[in-house]
Design a protein around this ligand. Structure first.
Ligand code: HEC
Ligand code: HEC
Length: 231
């Protein structure tokens, strides 16, 4: 009886803080090699200074954001996602018209061996973040016409001002989105597009108050972008 209560208590502790569960070697790697640049627990206070000073994107909600196969692949062969790095103003040279990225200030991301990438991906997928961050089932999965999607993405809703929908085409202050279909969960794309600050307070992506059909269309388009680029 006593033992089973202990087991329940332990189980609850582990579920609440998966990073602290020592049974996954990936959690150990995260703590020893990654937390100098990435937050793997939700920071106490979100502030503009923290956003400005952080050395890498937050990973404490990685399990609600990424597709695991992408993580396993990217951790072994990282390819730049944010054309101007993190934080982007540190890596752009002054120009009135457009951002010019100073490549010399960007350093390549560290690489992991296959077995480590797999266990780190498992540890990251266990970090789901606050329950209300991403609306599960928000994306209804409808197929979107690519030409209609492109018109909204590039022209009508202005996403291409900050995001590349194709390598080399689009803005560089936000992450590229041409691999987002492979990288990101559809419900994350939907929730982020709907209210970026609910996920990353103070981030400079505007909350555009998009109507539901726009959110569905843009999410569907971004997913398909990834699928067509990946081939
Ligand atoms: C020296 C700082 C630094 C260290 C150490 C570091 N990272 Fe990163 N990481 C970054 C930066 C900067 C980016 C953004 C790269 C980009 O956008 O191209 C990034 C991006 C990522 C991403 C994609 C995040 C996203 O939101 O797009 C993942 C996943 C990731 N890192 C995992 C790890 C893991 C796991 C480790 C430890 C094994 C690690 N990183 C160690 C700086 C670091
Ligand atoms: C003013 C610039 C700006 C505009 C306009 C903009 N975004 Fe963003 N977007 C950002 C920034 C900045 C981030 C987060 C950067 C980071 O995590 O380092 C972001 C992140 C995202 C992400 C999450 C990507 C990831 O890998 O973390 C999605 C999805 C996204 N934006 C979709 C859109 C869509 C759809 C539109 C058009 C409706 C749009 N954005 C318009 C700047 C912008």
């Amino acid at each position: 009886m006593k033992l089973s209560i202990l087991a329940v208590l332990l189980g609850a502790t582990f579920a609440a803080s998966p990073v602290l569960a020592a049974d996954n070697p990936g959690a150990g790697i995260l703590k020893s090699q990654c937390i100098s640049c990435h937050a793997i627990v939700k920071p106490d206070k979100a502030s503009l200074d923290r956003l400005w000073e952080r050395k890498g994107p937050d990973l404490y909600y990685a399990g609600s954001k990424f597709n695991k196969p992408w993580l396993v692949k990217w951790l072994q062969e990282p390819v730049r996602i944010r054309p101007a790095g993190e934080f982007y103003t540190k890596h752009v040279k002054g120009s009135d018209k457009e951002d010019v990225v100073d490549e010399s200030t960007l350093t390549p991301h560290m690489k992991l061996a296959k077995a480590d990438a797999e266990s780190v991906a498992d540890a990251l997928m266990a970090l789901t973040g606050p329950a209300d961050m991403v609306t599960k089932g928000a994306f209804k999965g409808e197929k979107v016409s690519m030409s209609m999607g492109a018109m909204f993405f590039n022209k009508l809703r202005g996403c291409a001002a900050c995001h590349m929908g194709k390598p080399g085409t689009g803005g560089s202050s936000g992450p590229e989105l041409y691999t987002a279909g492979e990288r990101l969960q559809p419900d994350f794309i939907y929730s982020y597009t709907k209210n970026p600050q609910a996920i990353d307070p103070h981030i400079w992506m505007p909350t555009l108050n998009l109507a539901e059909p726009d959110l569905q269309r843009l999410t569907g388009y971004i997913i398909q972008l990834g699928a067509s680029e990946g081939k």
